[in-house]
Each structure stands twice: as C-alpha cells, then as structure tokens.
Design a binder for this molecule. Sequence first.
Ligand SMILES: *Cc1c(COP(=O)(O)O)cnc(C)c1O
Length: 457
Amino acid sequence: MKTIIEPFKIKSVEPIKFTTLEEREAILERGFYNLFLIPAEDVLIDLLTDSGTSAMSADQWAGIMRGDESYAGARSFYRFEEKVRALTGFRHIIPTHQGRAAEKILFSIAGGKGKYIPNNSHFDTTRANVEFSGAEAVDLPCDEGKDPDTPADFKGNMDLEGLARFIRNIGRANIPLCMMTVTNNSGGGQPVSMANIKATRELCGRNGIPLFLDACRFAENAYFIKRREPGFAERSVESIAREMFSYADGATMSAKKDALVNMGGFLALNDDALALRARNILIVTEGFPTYGGLAGRDLEAIAQGLDEIVDEHYLEYRIRSVEYLGERLVKAGVPILQPPGGHAISLNARKFLPHIPVDQYPGQALSLELFRVGGIRSAEIGSVMFGRYDRDKKLIPARMELVRLAIPRRVYTQSHIDYVIEAVLEVYREREKLRGVRIVEEAPLLRHFTAKFEKVV
Ligand SMILES: *Cc1c(COP(=O)(O)O)cnc(C)c1O
C-alpha cells in the first residue's frame, strides 16, 4: 500500500464556518489587516500555530475524567511523573502550566546579568526569558540552517565550531548552561542529528557546562533521526528519544506541542540543588510541586499524549502530511523554505512577491491574501514579527520574510491539505497583482500581535 492514511477515525467533530469572499474582505477590514485580531470562528482552516491546537484522543479524554484533583500527591501526578521519567531519564520532574513557565523558572536561577546562554536557535519565549533575567541569548545555527533554498537533512544542528569558539571567548564561568532546541522551531522545524546532540554534549561536558534540551518537538526530531541518520532505521522512535535525552542534564517542554494537549509543560533535570531551587520558585509562582500550574486531569492527558506521540504510524502520517503539502507547492514552483520542517511549511514571501518592498511587508500581504482567497490563517514570520527600526525610523528588516503554515496535530485530513494547496496556488497565479501593507499603529514590543495595518494602493 502506498497511501499513508490518517491513523485514526473520527468520533467527535467540530464544524468549520464557511464565508464568502466579500465576508472575508469585511472580516479583514474589521481586524485591521492583522490575522491575530480576527475571531477564530471566522477562519476556515487555522494554520496559525501547532501549539495547543492538537486534537486529543479518546484515551486522553478518558484521562480527563480519571484526573485526580487532590492538592498534594495526586495519583495523576505520579502517572505523569513516571511517564516523563521513563521517557527522559531525568530525576526531577516539575510540572508547569506551559513551556515558558519552565523557562522562566530555569533562567531565574541560571540566568542573570553577565551570563550567556548559547542555543542552536532560541525560540522567542526562550529568548525573552533569558533576556528578562539579564542574561544574553546567543543563536549558533549551523551554516546549512541559514540558507532557505538548499535542502539538507539536519538543518537544525548546532554550529559546533562556533560553540567551541564562543566558549573560548566568553569563558565557561559565564555560561551557566547550553540549550539545544529539537526540532529547531525558529529555523522552520528543522531537525538536529543525534551526532550533533552527542558532539554538543561532549563539548559542553569537557567545559563543565550543563546541556538542556528545549524538547517541545522531541518526537518529530526522533522520527527524522530514524529516517535520515545512518544506524537508526531499525530503532524505535521511543528509544531514539531516550538516547537524545540521555545526552542532556535537563529539559524544558511545552506539552502543547509533542504531548498532544491543549495546555501544559514541564521542567525536568538531574541536579538536586537546582531542582530544590526550581521547586521553591514553582511553589510561589505556579503551584505545589505535584501539580505545578496544572489540574490533575491535565497531567493525565499529558501522560497519555506522551505515549501516543511516539507511535510510528502517527509520526509517519504527521511528517508525511507536512512533506506532502511542501512537495505539491514546490512542484508548482512556489518558493518554500527547504526541506519541509516537522510541523510546518514556510512560504518564502520575498521570492513569492519580489515586487513588494520589505517595508511594505510581503509576508503580511501574502498571509492576508491566503485568508481573503481561502479563509486560511497563517503566521507572518518576517519583518512584522522581527523587524526593528534604526535611529531614523527606517526599517531594519528580518533575515527572512516567511509565511508559516503550521499544521495542528490530528486536526485536519488530507482533503483539508489539498484545499490549502489549491488556495496557495491560486494566490501564486495572481501574485503580480498583490500589493503590500503599511503599519498605522503598533506597540513597542511584540508588535505583530496587536499592530494595525492598511493596504497600500
Ligand atoms: C512553544 C515553544 C516554547 C514555549 O512553550 P509555550 O508552551 O508556548 O510557553 C518554547 N520553545 C519552543 C521550541 C517552542 O516551540
């Protein structure tokens, strides 16, 4: 059999709302041409993010009913702890309400002024938490990872020479820990190889620097290792994931990604003294150590989700559906970031709309048009999100102008993906007519969430 099918059948459905072209134009106008400002109900296919948007399984919903809501020592906590410990091998398992809460706790202990945190690429919340502590967040992606057009197997890798140089220059005493993001989200969901994790571990180990994984998409990363890295084809994804964690001293996790739940996260680590301090902060900011920021039912759903995420039929379908979207677009000549990532396809808006200058935000224009034509919501990852101004208020553009189509887990079927392909191709055919946008109102920080735009005519 050649066709890879959805490895589930559908028991409960949620209708999606159809709108006309005229209605969508009015929705865009009411939302000030910012897709964060339009009601989700008006979206036909929502590819804004894969975070917290997964469909839970019947067993996860059953876990919701089984949840033990005792304040201390709940049965659900022990199930969660046992599952996370079996998977990661870490001694201390600390539940948090989401990934950034784990980051906040970790960096309020390890960060601080004069400290530096290297990472293959910081996710935006990770960077924000490092910087909020007063430390500096430094990205060290490998060279292949910087080139959007050339496919390579492990574009998420750490630049090892860069890291060695960085440690020499900064001094190990100023580097409290090294992070590694698997898969590399900011780099388009690109995987990191086992060899690279291992070499990073050895380099950090020689210098006495602990290594922490930002493990949000650990299962997708493990599946890429199985498929692409010599020597792993016969191994189970779970055993590959365990080996990945075995090279680290700890991990932060957003359960909203590869734990298949709508809310949750954890901090896991080996160091007893660090864990004690982390739990002290947890009690003040999140909750008692056996529930963190979560309800007992959430812990049940995470434990169950971590069982389901390493299922290889699921991962084959998951990675294949993203790849399928990418292949079809490439075949029609649409410029995308190559190769497809684990959770998303990124359209290269600079190449898609070369006639729109960067200060008229080609990524924003493209994402708006995808909504206008097809009711599809995507995310601009370009100069609206990362642009800065110089002293003369001139835009310093982002390194790339991307539009990310993030695929929620187990939510859409192949016909939904086919529809997305048709919509992108329709926008591509008419691309020369598209015009840019300008910002009419914006906040000083994280402006993409609230900025208001108008169309350039
Ligand atoms: C989502 C994400 C986070 C933050 O997790 P939240 O649950 O959204 O707080 C951190 N790192 C990476 C790589 C992520 O994708």
